[in-house]
Design a protein around this ligand. Structure first.
Ligand SMILES: [Zn+2]
Length: 470
């Protein structure tokens, strides 16, 4: 047995049989199997059987790897991928992390594991894109009753708020899709999986594994932070997108609709990571460049060189991605209500708890309010003395918090690049510091919104850190 297999068996937990059965049964009701084309129904049964046999999505990952290999036309790369496949174990884990890890072992075997936390998020953005789009995809016209684009974007933001607040990744609002929609979302997710695997394969092909760097992650979870090697990540992204399109690049011919599907998948994936990074971190993992920078590099170094008519493919102007960027003007507090009313019959109400997701929205609001919301909470606080210069008081508190040890530790982490700082940890530390800064002030029945002082301080810190990274 190769070492990668032994390690994989040690690392993965098998789901209990009754849990798998219940999941498959629920999926059966969800995907309106009676309406399915025979081919699609067969695919569904195969996926359910794989899930029932293994308890994970590992089978999807293996299919994506096969699809990647079939796409590569370059003889040398193709031969090398065949060699790698002989000593490769592909698996899925269910640790609730937004990550993919590649590990290498002394017997030259490799283990690539994609976590369900990441798979479930990519499945959600693919579904939301399909049901909210107003443009054709793979020749299929947009839905007659599309979900509002803002509600779709808010559903994604709400889901990442849950993770940022300390929740397990992969617990998403569940959606109901029709026949074609399911097939299209599946096609998008397959392309996302291919890109993620191509990125990991690129690290192996480019020789990025050495004795002192035996593991890399596609999206670094804090516990798996592995040091800063941005040039290798850029090289892996550029080779990944090349491998993903190699069948078309080598012949110089390709169906615009297929190219658009593949590029849309990559764009959605990196937009999702960008949203995750912004929601999750004040100082983000430095094992990979920020997702926004990764996409810009792919566009400038590859896509604009390959496709002169980028307007036709629209890979850089996707409405859902644009809307995600514009969400800052909408309070996070409204996210649960927007999903509740905006998703209509697309929302799987058997699994949707409005109460629970409202709490997630409130948590997101406290962790990451818009600057105007934080300022409004402070100026509206009824406990200010009548003669107080409120603006100066707020500015003084923010300055005091920024000078405190907790804020200095965040700056040090960003400078050294050796430690991540989550929003949750930063908010807890700086809110406590803002509370302490007011310890001599008069008490009032309305608690002072120290969280808002912390939020303004965090905003200032993230702005500064983002400028360093540019
Ligand atoms: Zn990487």
């Amino acid at each position: 047995m190769i070492e990668a297999q032994r390690r994989f068996d040690l690392l993965t937990q098998r789901a209990r049989h009754d849990v798998i059965e219940a999941s498959v049964e629920h999926a059966r009701t969800l995907y309106r199997q009676d309406q399915m084309e025979p081919g699609l129904a067969a695919q569904f049964r195969a996926a359910a059987a794989a899930l029932a046999g293994e308890g994970t999505n590992a089978d999807d990952t293996r299919r994506a790897w096969s699809a990647l290999r079939e796409r590569v036309r370059d003889v040398h790369v193709s031969r090398r991928l065949a060699e790698i496949t002989d000593s490769l174990v592909l698996g899925a884990t269910s640790g609730g992390e937004v990550s993919t890890a590649t590990l290498t072992f002394p017997d030259n075997s490799y283990l690539i594991m994609m976590d369900h936390g990441l798979s479930n998020l990519t499945w959600l953005i693919a579904q939301l894109f399909v049901v909210s789009r107003r443009t054709p995809l793979l020749g299929h016209p947009p839905p007659g009753n599309p979900v509002g684009i803002t509600a779709a974007a808010q559903a994604l933001r709400l889901t990442t708020a849950r993770i940022a607040g300390g929740g397990r990744a992969g617990v998403n609002p569940s959606l109901v899709l029709g026949r074609d929609e399911l097939a299209l979302a599946g096609a998008l997710v397959r392309e996302i999986d291919i890109f993620v695997l191509a990125h990991e394969a690129a690290h192996i092909l480019l020789g990025h594994f050495s004795e002192d760097h035996s593991g890399l992650t596609a999206v670094g979870h804090p516990s798996q932070l592995l040091g800063r090697r941005p040039h290798e990540e850029t090289a892996a992204d550029l080779l990944a997108v090349t491998l993903q399109l190699d069948d078309m690049l080598s012949t110089g011919e390709g169906d615009d609709r297929v190219i658009a599907l593949r590029l849309t998948a990559v764009r959605l994936f990196l937009a999702l990571l960008e949203l995750y990074e912004r929601s999750m971190f004040v100082v983000q993992p430095t094992s990979h460049p920020p997702a926004a920078a990764r996409w810009r590099t792919i566009v400038s170094e590859r896509l604009t060189r390959w496709f002169d008519d980028s307007g036709r493919l629209q890979y850089d102007d996707i409405e859902l991605v644009r809307t995600l960027r514009e969400l800052d003007a909408i309070p996070r507090l409204s996210d649960a209500a927007a999903v509740h009313s905006g998703m209509g019959e697309r929302l799987d109400r058997a699994l949707w708890s409005f109460h629970e997701w409202s709490q997630v929205a409130a948590l997101g609001h406290f962790l990451m309010p818009a600057p105007a919301e934080a300022l409004a909470a402070l100026t509206r606080w009824p406990g200010w003395p009548a003669d107080a210069d409120v603006e100066s008081e707020i500015a003084g508190l923010v300055a005091e918090v920024l000078a405190a040890e907790e804020a200095r530790a965040i700056v040090r982490a960003a400078v050294s690049g050796e430690q991540v700082v989550s929003r949750l940890a930063a908010a807890a530390g700086l809110t406590a510091r803002a509370d302490a800064a007011r310890k001599d002030a008069t008490t009032h029945t309305d608690p002072f919104p120290s969280w808002a002082i912390a939020a303004i301080a965090i905003d200032a810190l993230t702005e500064t850190i983002a400028r360093w990274q540019r």
